[in-house]
Design a protein around this ligand. Structure first.
Ligand SMILES: NC(=O)c1ccc[n+]([C@@H]2O[C@H](COP(=O)([O-])OP(=O)(O)OC[C@H]3O[C@@H](n4cnc5c(N)ncnc54)[C@H](OP(=O)(O)O)[C@@H]3O)[C@@H](O)[C@H]2O)c1
Length: 198
């Protein structure tokens, strides 16, 4: 049931993945064009990357602050391509369920607020609730396969979420574009960051 997962990334020669630094040395559209060749029917990113590139600037503020607890998967629609966020506490705010033409699915934990989950269907957004205090990636991947028919998933960063997928044994393949440059900064995330044991 789990999709085949390809971690598709671009990095400097020293494995650093700061998108804005890399875009100064790589050809426009090369990452997307290479990704298209992998024929994924979905792509997935960690909360930080989604916040930086796709979500609304201000985070969601819960009025009730009541955790949703276990909930069934909500399928707003089934389609050919999906964009998926992994957002433990339901912080990301979205305008709609369409992200660059892909249908949005939010993967959250049971700690996400009830009113966050109420808001998602109103905007035509699907969701998967998986894991008590942190997102259970294994279970979430099985749900994505079962309810949305996702077969090939592109894992597109950043380093924390890539590291968590790797630690969970979920990465089947790595697709890496190396740009001819060295970043060298210590604080910049690398391709795979080791997560703290919980
Ligand atoms: N070069 C590339 O190809 C590429 C691609 C993408 C991003 N990037 C770059 O990567 C950087 C961001 O990477 P990042 O590592 O800081 O953040 P990230 O991996 O995008 O997001 C990490 C966040 O995801 C959430 N998350 C939910 N479940 C998780 C789990 N099981 N394990 C780990 N995280 C989980 C956590 O936030 P919560 O706890 O709040 O949910 C965590 O802090 C940016 O600089 C961006 O430009 C580069």
């Amino acid at each position: 049931m789990k999709p085949y997962i390809i971690c598709h990334m671009v990095s400097s020669l020293d494995g650093k993945i700061d998108g804005s630094a890399l875009s100064t040395v790589m050809a426009d559209g090369e990452y997307e064009a290479t990704g298209a060749k992998l024929k994924g029917d979905a792509w997935i990113c960690g909360r930080t990357t989604m916040q930086q590139h796709f979500a609304e600037e201000q985070p969601f503020r819960s009025a009730s602050k009541k955790a949703a607890g276990p909930c069934p998967v909500f399928v707003a629609r089934r389609t050919k391509s999906y964009a998926i966020s992994v957002d433990t506490l339901g912080k990301l705010r979205w305008k709609s369920g369409d992200l660059d033409g892909d249908h949005l699915i939010c993967v959250v934990s049971e700690q996400a607020p009830e009113d966050y989950l109420d808001m998602l269907p109103e905007r035509g957004i699907s969701y998967v609730v998986s894991g008590k205090s942190a997102v259970d990636l294994r279970k979430a991947m099985a749900q994505l396969g079962k309810h949305f028919g996702i077969r090939t998933l592109l894992l597109e960063g950043g380093g924390h979420i890539n590291g968590a997928f790797l630690q969970a044994g979920l990465v089947d393949e790595v697709s890496l574009l190396l740009v001819p440059g060295i970043d060298g900064r210590h604080e910049i995330p690398a391709l795979f960051r080791r997560c703290q044991p919980s």
